[in-house]
Design a protein around this ligand. Structure first.
Ligand SMILES: [Zn+2]
Length: 327
């Protein structure tokens, strides 16, 4: 606060000086130059009629953008393609949060970088929205067989329960409602817009949920392996079973890891192996050939397109993969 006042005073002194220079240069009391100086000073405040909202990572950005449409200025802290699970805050993040009115996070311990980053901003007026509010996190729905390579990295990843709630369309609806209600409190002037946009998106999530129900009820109890423990909520919702073998595609596989996957496949009578888009893992392919299982892709939406419609595109592709993998 003090720093801010000091800067303002400095600006004002500079302006007075500038004004004097202008006046003495033009000799007359030209009112045009007066106004132009005043306008330059006040314009940065005038253009801030949209509230500034920062979101943490892609799914939260997509949901927020769906609710705000164009009435808010929405930014994303963790660029798509960067691993949210291992993310460290940057000076640019501190800057973005420092000038924001609202910060929206997924919650459930996913955004570990956030607490320290917010502290560094000294933004005491920041409104924080936790999009997981009211959602019952489940710690261990799925059995997890950790490979030797992954054992050290994810010790505290799921301290507050598994955070991947956005991959269940029904829980995604709750996230939309949390975001909507938080935005209405922070920016009541746009209440009608937030309500209308949220309703439209929720309608689409309902349709998506029905498509998942209809398709996956044909393969009840289907057990699948993922290498990212991202789908336990989705599996539970649609009566499937995820066995997560954590961390294979990112690391070098040791022979014991391969053996572990093979054992897991046999132990759980696995129907399908799921990798992630963009990961071309030769070892995974060869394991799947040995086991005569197809490798499909499931998108955790931690990276991808920033259009809110991307959620539906990616989830429909996930449904296709699940349904063909589980056949
Ligand atoms: Zn994840």
């Amino acid at each position: 606060m003090f720093k801010h006042m000091k800067a303002d005073r400095k600006n004002r002194n500079f302006l007075v000086l500038l004004l004097l220079v202008v006046l003495s240069a033009t000799y007359g009391c030209n009112s045009d130059s007066d106004t132009s100086v005043v306008n330059t000073q006040s314009s940065p405040e005038i253009k801030l009629d949209k509230i500034k909202v920062v979101t943490t990572f892609l799914p939260v950005y997509l949901f927020t953008k769906a609710v705000t449409g164009d009435v808010a200025d929405v930014k994303i802290l963790v660029p798509p393609g960067t691993d949210i699970h291992e993310y460290q805050g940057t000076p640019a993040n501190v800057k973005a949060i420092a000038t924001a009115k609202v910060l929206i996070k997924n919650g459930l311990g996913l955004e570990e970088f956030l607490a320290d980053t917010i502290k560094n901003t000294e933004n005491t007026k920041l409104v924080e929205i936790d999009a997981s509010r009211g959602i019952q996190a489940i710690d261990k729905i799925s059995p997890i067989d950790t490979t030797a390579a992954g054992e050290h990295d994810h010790d505290h990843e799921h301290q507050s329960g598994n955070p991947h709630i956005w991959l269940d369309p029904v829980l995604a609806k709750q996230q939309i409602l949390n975001i909507r209600d938080g935005l209405i409190i922070a920016d009541p002037g746009n209440k009608a817009t937030y309500q209308a946009n949220a309703s439209a998106y929720i309608q689409k999530l309902d349709n998506l949920n029905h498509q998942f129900q209809k398709t996956l009820q044909q393969t009840p109890g289907c057990t699948f392996i993922t290498f990212h423990d991202a789908f336990p909520y989705l599996a539970q919702r649609y009566n499937l079973k995820q066995v997560a073998v954590v961390e294979i595609p990112e690391k070098q596989l040791a022979p014991t890891d391969i053996q572990k996957v093979i054992n897991t496949v046999k132990k759980y009578k696995v129907k399908a192996l799921f990798s992630e888009p963009g990961l071309d893992n030769k070892l995974l392919t060869s394991i799947s050939q040995d086991l005569q299982l197809k490798v499909q892709t499931l998108d955790s939406l931690e990276t991808g397109d920033t259009n809110p419609e991307y959620y539906f595109k990616a989830m429909k592709a996930n449904l296709q993969s699940l349904s063909s993998g589980c056949k």
